[in-house]
Design a protein around this ligand. Structure first.
Ligand code: PMP
Length: 410
């Protein structure tokens, strides 16, 4: 039997199977309560609207909805997105918008056109795992920029940029995955100043900005430094992820290269799905449906936070984001959340250990990400009760191990 190992390109060495996908396989077992996934609730999909829109697409666009189309994207969708982006304060014309197969499609193309082996890419620690997966095959070197509970530290970014040439910075400033944190306006301004001063490129990934449960929205960094930001977003969290409907607004040269890269990948994103998305936006469906998604998730998040307060041991801290899909938990130093997750899975409850979200292996072993969009309030409360017991047990063991060690050492 021939082994094809030696046929594989060098870049495959950096393409490990996603640890999260492995966890999600376990989690799909019957009876399991999963706080591990990062996916929208199926009941958040506007199924009746989709039925209506499908008929509208057939009537309005006919065979054109099934034909090959421009790589840049289906014109009516790009036009609809001009208004959508204007609501966020982002000025765009249809010519400047590129549609992609999910925002993940943009991340891959960015890696392809920007990263040569060894190039430095600056990102938050922790950051979105899917961005690491998209960039890794192009063999970057990561520069982890420090964060606190308000997100990336502008001084740490300026310091990193003054030390080494950085190809681009990748940032999820609003309801970040995995922490849920949002960069306040003051820091957005500071980061916009820094990227302009260093004349560098910022990739602003914004899939969660619309999922706000309280407080007032903060404008994207794209509005503050339009010539230095590639803005990426998606309809995955506000319509349906299976449609794979992402888009981006990039400086001209970058956009032109993204188009070429995308052409080689898939020619263009599904025309029918783009037509559906354009009807969803122009028909005012997003504006009507978004409050329903928010009304579904807000009490789920509250139930999770209330239960954590009740059941989690004292040594733990966590974020309480104003929106998005995640809460980030930090345990005491020395805690191994991968081992804790194993214990939790044995009791039919799962989460994602936070270490997977760090570019540097081994960082963040004492952290975890909890998702609250996939389970109802009662289930979330039950899951957090179980997690609380598993964590309590892990902390007690750690403490007693610590005591034993110190006695041994005496
Ligand atoms: N960026 C971030 C920060 C995400 O959390 C996700 C989805 N998990 C994506 C991009 C990818 O989304 P899409 O479905 O648009 O590819």
């Amino acid at each position: 039997m021939t082994s094809f190992e030696n046929r594989l390109a060098r870049r495959t060495r950096n393409m490990g199977a996603s640890a999260i996908r492995e966890i999600l396989k376990v989690v799909s077992r019957p009876g399991m309560i999963s706080l591990a996934g990062g996916i929208p609730a199926p009941e958040s999909f506007p199924m009746e609207v989709v039925r209506e829109l499908t008929a509208a697409v057939l009537d309005k666009f006919g065979p054109a909805a099934f034909q090959y189309d421009l790589t840049e994207g289906f014109r009516p969708l790009r036009e609809a997105l001009v208004d959508y982006l204007a609501d966020k304060g982002i000025a765009a014309t249809a010519e400047h918008i590129l549609i992609a197969s999910g925002s993940q499609g943009v991340l891959d193309c960015l890696g392809k056109i920007l990263i040569s082996p060894g190039d430095q890419v600056a990102l938050e620690a922790p950051t979105y795992l899917g961005a690491l997966q998209a960039f890794n095959p192009y063999e970057p070197a990561y520069v982890q920029i420090g964060t606190d509970d308000q997100g990336m530290l502008p001084d740490a970014l300026a310091d990193a940029l003054s030390r080494q040439p950085v190809k681009f910075i990748y940032l999820v400033p609003t309801f970040q995955n995995p922490t849920g944190r949002t960069l306040p306006m003051k820091r957005r301004r500071a980061i916009a100043d820094i990227i302009q001063r260093f004349d560098t490129l910022l990739v602003e990934d914004d899939p969660y900005g619309d999922l706000r449960y309280r407080g007032t929205s903060v404008p994207p960094i794209k509005t503050l430094a339009p010539d230095h930001v590639v803005y990426i977003s998606t309809l995955s969290k506000v319509f349906a992820p299976g449609l794979r409907m992402g888009f981006c607004l990039a400086p001209d040269l970058i956009r032109q290269w993204l188009v070429l890269a995308k052409q080689g990948v898939d020619l263009h994103t599904s025309t029918f799905n783009q037509a559906l998305a354009s009807e969803y936006l122009t028909g005012g469906h997003l504006k009507r449906h978004l409050p329903r998604i928010i009304a579904l998730y807000r009490p789920r998040q509250q139930a999770l936070l209330d239960a954590m307060k009740r059941f989690f041991p004292d040594a733990f801290t966590w974020t309480a984001p104003d929106g998005g899909m995640f809460v980030w938990v930090e345990g005491p130093d020395g805690m191994d959340m991968e081992a804790v997750n194993q214990k939790a899975v044995n009791r039919n409850t799962a989460f994602v250990p936070g270490t997977f979200f760090f570019a540097r292996p081994g960082d963040g072993r004492h952290t975890m990400r909890l998702n609250y969009t996939m389970a109802d309030e009662a289930t979330l409360t039950r899951a957090v009760g179980i997690l609380g017991e598993v964590l309590e047990c892990a902390v007690t063991k750690m403490c007693s191990r610590g005591r034993t060690r110190s006695i041994d050492g005496d």
